[in-house]
Design a protein around this ligand. Structure first.
Ligand code: SF4
Length: 372
């Protein structure tokens, strides 16, 4: 019996998906070589996107300025590496139980050209990775907002995405009309603490063509985004301020690339140095070190502009299904850290430890009797 799109969607929903969409392979006609589904599975006929919601409450601790690990665990790394792939895996097994081959795709970062030699002449580099957001757009489950974050009708920007390639020929979902959800309100631009999302006209947007539709979004500065996301922006991280008081990286104006930002952020989170009265822990960035050791990931800004502000905007105009919660996204005035230049705890160590560096020793050599 021929497998239908409805059967596959029902299997994914039964496995715990928040939503499911399907594209035919023809919609990837303009995909670059390093991201084309057929360069993983040449017999692919359909692409399936599985939408997994990020619980709205995982952002609460960061919004209140009181609790950070929830977002890294439930909203990011474990959602992408554990909870979501279970649904992708179960759906892929369902397809194979019904006689279709199914490739569950690893959701790695595709924005990196391949560096290794092809395994045979005529083949692309062995580092093909799909752009899961563009695949999800082709599958009709939502659109890419100006912020480059994927938005769905049900959850807005609170989603992670999984992809399955299959040789089953399944009925595709309709493509969304451009601008269905993102009305270019630019709240994401205003609220991003890294200044990473461009204002209208600041940079040429990214444009792609799928069938007869043209989609575009902001060319996000990924170096600024990565520095902010991984906690090297004093505006978004009280931990940076504690471990490096006075450090003034001007993230909003830096032109560091995404790769260079990773090369800065990850070693910093793993680094250690001698303990001192000023820094009693040997971990250079104590919280990042701890959470990265536990979760293998650390997400610090809590997507303030691209997800939380966008969610606030979409909920307020009732553009998404999951709106109308009793508590607004930002229920109180957002917290704001003082700039590093005003941080009196930073700077010269001698002024901080007068006993050690400035005050004369009242009993050098310990020769005076106690109490004299
Ligand atoms: S906040 Fe959301 S809806 Fe508004 S411009 Fe940004 S991505 Fe679009």
């Amino acid at each position: 019996m021929k497998l239908t799109a409805e059967q596959v969607k029902q299997a994914a929903m039964d496995a715990g998906a928040g939503d499911v969409g399907i594209a035919n392979i023809e919609r990837f006609a303009n995909a670059p070589r390093g991201m084309h589904p057929k360069n993983i599975f040449p017999d692919c006929r359909s692409v399936i996107t599985i939408v997994q919601p990020i619980p709205r409450g995982v952002y609460r601790g960061i919004t209140e300025g009181t609790h950070w690990p929830n977002y890294s665990f439930y909203g990011y790394n474990r959602l992408n590496t554990l909870f979501r792939p279970r649904v992708t895996y179960a759906t892929a097994c369902f397809l194979e139980d019904h006689g279709a081959e199914a490739v569950p795709v690893y959701p790695g970062v595709p924005e990196r050209p391949g560096t290794r030699a092809p395994v045979a002449p005529g083949k692309p580099a062995p580092e093909i990775n799909l752009n899961v957001r563009i695949a999800a757009l082709a599958c009709g489950v939502g659109e890419i907002g100006w912020s480059k974050v994927f938005l769905t009708k049900k959850f807005g920007p609170r989603v992670r995405l999984g992809t399955i390639l299959t040789d089953a020929e399944l009925e595709p979902d309709p493509l969304p009309e451009p601008g269905t959800l993102c009305n270019r309100c630019m709240r994401c631009v205003k609220d991003c603490p890294g200044g990473a999302i461009p204002k209208a006209g600041e940079r040429e947007p990214i444009r792609i063509q799928i069938d007869d539709k043209t989609y575009e979004w902001g060319d996000v500065h990924m170096g600024r985004c990565t520095l902010t996301h991984h906690g090297l922006n004093w505006e978004a991280s009280p931990f940076l301020r504690k471990d490096f008081p006075g450090l003034d990286l001007d993230v909003r104006h830096t032109n560091l690339s995404e790769e260079a930002a990773y090369r800065l952020a990850y070693p910093m989170a793993s680094a250690s140095w001698l303990v001192s009265p000023e820094f009693p822990s040997d971990a250079c960035m104590e919280f990042y070190h701890q959470i990265k050791s536990h979760i293998q990931y650390f997400a610090l800004c809590g997507a303030k502009g691209c997800i939380r502000a966008c969610m606030d905007a979409l909920e307020k105009r009732h553009a998404i299904d999951q709106a109308g919660y009793p508590t607004p996204v930002f229920p109180r005035k957002p917290w704001r850290l003082t700039p590093p230049q005003d941080d009196v705890t930073g700077g010269i160590a001698e002024g901080k430890f007068p006993e050690r560096f400035n005050r004369p020793d009242p009993n050098p050599g310990g020769l005076l009797p106690p109490g004299r």
